[in-house]
Design a protein around this ligand. Structure first.
Ligand SMILES: C[S@@+](CC[C@H](N)C(=O)[O-])C[C@H]1O[C@@H](n2cnc3c(N)ncnc32)[C@H](O)[C@@H]1O
Ligand code: SF4
Length: 358
């Protein structure tokens, strides 16, 4: 069996934003060298995992480099991927999609241009908010003007880029107008928007200023209404795209196709008769979990329910199908042939709706 997608987690940032829960540590002068060695040392284990499960790689269709702040890795990415190719005896990548996440505080124009020449064909920019008064609450390492500068640079050099946008942000002095912020962002012509709802732990310093669920629901539906009106297809709970610009890499996760992962906290999945999930620890060791076909089916149900393709209804009992009919009557989604797909009103309360069916 062939695996066609690779995720690499780059684990460093120049500044650690106080709301962020991704695996990361502060960037130091030897971070890139240590990361390179970490990755090289993980290749024999990665090969063993593939061989043990009868998988191989002869080519890759999608690569996603996330973090952390992978733009700090810069063109060292190329050095590692060349080693990766050699190690797995891959002649040539015929990549459909190659994404790298860019933090506006750390985009190096020259290096990004080199990466685009190498084959990176999609950039994902961490914008978060386009409101000067909300922005300082976000504890970012850069100021507001750098977002504009980054968006300007990216949109003039590359057509296919995505913007991360957050809702559920703390509100201290002024009320947020997400529609207005998105209007200004769309002027730079992003092709894709990833929408995040801020989720933080107990120690978050602005915990008392977070909006309630009703306000978040309102923001979520406002974003849906505005982006839909501007031809963005709400193709997954947290993702919008113009036609032809959906994230091919993320579809591999949601459809439960096999994918590789490298880098600390990166987690890969190989799907055969059963599933094999592995996760890289900071020590370089790997945690493994075997998933039965029942577990795989349940996970796929959760991920596909989040998409506009929806879930196959053949697998459900008559009483569960009655519940889907209720959902359709209540305007939370609709039957599409042998599938049921939730809409924005279903997405906003999805976990509860699925729990009821299960
Ligand atoms: C891997 S992160 C960041 C990429 C890049 N380092 C940056 O900050 O611009 C991807 C996205 O996750 C979102 N995110 C980070 N922390 C979050 C949290 N606590 N709750 C919800 N979304 C979060 C942000 O929108 C961020 O851009
Ligand atoms: S720069 Fe991005 S990944 Fe790093 S701490 Fe901030 S939000 Fe998290």
């Amino acid at each position: 069996m062939e695996v066609k997608s690779l995720y690499i987690h780059y684990p460093h940032c120049e500044h650690l934003c106080n709301y962020c829960d991704f695996y990361k540590s502060k960037f130091k002068s030897d971070s890139n060298e240590n990361f390179f060695n970490y990755l090289i040392n993980s290749l024999p284990t990665q090969k063993e995992i593939l061989e043990k499960n009868n998988f191989s790689i002869s080519d890759l269709e999608t690569i996603y480099i996330g973090g952390g702040t992978p733009s700090l890795w810069g063109k060292e990415i190329i050095k590692f991927l060349e080693k990766f190719k050699k190690y797995f005896e891959i002649n040539h990548f015929s990549l459909k999609e190659f994404t790298i996440e860019v933090d506006p505080s750390r985009y190096q124009e020259k290096e990004i241009l080199e990466l685009l020449k190498y084959g990176v064909n999609r950039l994902s920019i961490g914008v978060q908010s386009f409101d000067k008064s909300i922005f300082p609450l976000l504890d970012r390492s850069h100021d507001f003007s750098e977002i504009e500068k980054t968006l300007k640079f990216v949109s003039s050099h590359h057509e296919n880029f995505s913007v991360d946008f957050m809702i559920g942000l703390p509100e201290v002095d002024s009320e947020r107008n997400v529609k207005n912020e998105l209007e200004r962002i769309l002027k730079f012509n992003p092709k894709h928007i990833s929408l995040y709802i801020l989720s933080v732990g107990e120690s978050y310093p602005l915990k008392d200023y977070l909006p309630d669920d009703e306000k978040i629901r309102e923001e979520y539906l406002t974003v849906h209404e505005f982006l839909s009106r501007n031809n963005f297809n709400h193709y997954e709970v947290s993702n919008y795209a113009l036609k032809g610009f959906e994230s091919n890499h993320n579809w591999q996760y949601w459809k439960q196709n096999s994918y590789l992962a490298l880098g600390p906290s990166g987690s890969g999945l190989l799907v055969g008769d059963a599933g094999y999930r592995y996760k890289w620890l900071p020590s370089g060791e790997v945690n493994v979990e075997t998933l039965s076909s029942n577990q795989l089916n349940l996970e796929k149900l959760y991920t596909m329910a989040r998409t506009n393709i929806g879930i196959e209804i053949d697998q459900f009992s008559d009483s569960a199908i009655e519940i889907f009919k209720d959902y359709e009557r209540e305007g939370l989604g609709e039957f599409q042939g042998k599938r049921f797909a939730f809409n924005q009103y279903g997405f906003v309360n999805l976990d509860t709706l699925i729990e009821r069916i299960l």
